[in-house]
Design a protein around this ligand. Sequence first.
Ligand code: COA
Length: 183
Amino acid sequence: MAEASTPEQSQQVITYEVKSRADVTQQDVNDLGVFVSEEINRAKLDRTEQNLDDAAIHTMAAKALADYMRNEEDMDLIIARDRDGKLIGYRLIGFASVANNKKKVTGTYIGVKPENRRQGIGLNLLSRSIQAILDRGITEYETDVRREVPSLYDRLGITYTTHPLPDPEIRPAGSQRLIVHLK
Ligand SMILES: CC(C)(COP(=O)(O)OP(=O)(O)OC[C@H]1O[C@@H](n2cnc3c(N)ncnc32)[C@H](O)[C@@H]1OP(=O)(O)O)[C@@H](O)C(=O)NCCC(=O)NCCS
């Protein structure tokens, strides 16, 4: 499924693809790999705390995607591409089955290229992923986030409670655990 955003949402044409596990291709995996390599190179050149944190987060996302593919686990991958088809943002969510045919969220990852931030792409990715979560009958989930992510939920009018993370000293500054309430 692919659709263009409205011009007000972005100055350039961004296409969003919402993919369940069966729809994710090796090309998507490779495209995320290119995104991650570029962000690692950025961090090597400019070793700001933010670049280093971001590169670590994107690396975890690429590893999670590889694990979900290998283990055939349920997931949704939402990709934002620019007009040239280059992957400039992603949202990855893993799901596991629990009792009574229910599902739970097991992992959440989001990232947008620094040069494409503050154009609403993160909001678009997050809102599409919320729909994917609701489609699985899930109305509450736990997610470990950092810095600006809670304000994305605020902007979507989604409520959450905040909780301290275990081992805060080894987490990036501003990390916290949210329990997100969708109903
Ligand atoms: C978090 C991230 C995905 C947001 O992507 P984005 O495309 O820039 O987000 P949006 O443009 O949709 O921002 C929506 C709103 O969130 C808030 N926001 C986003 N980035 C912000 C920042 N750096 N500082 C303050 N508020 C911010 C603002 O309210 C913003 O609305 P506004 O631009 O109209 O003020 C992006 O910053 C990113 O990739 N960060 C590095 C990876 C990361 O931290 N992932 C999350 C791990 S838990």
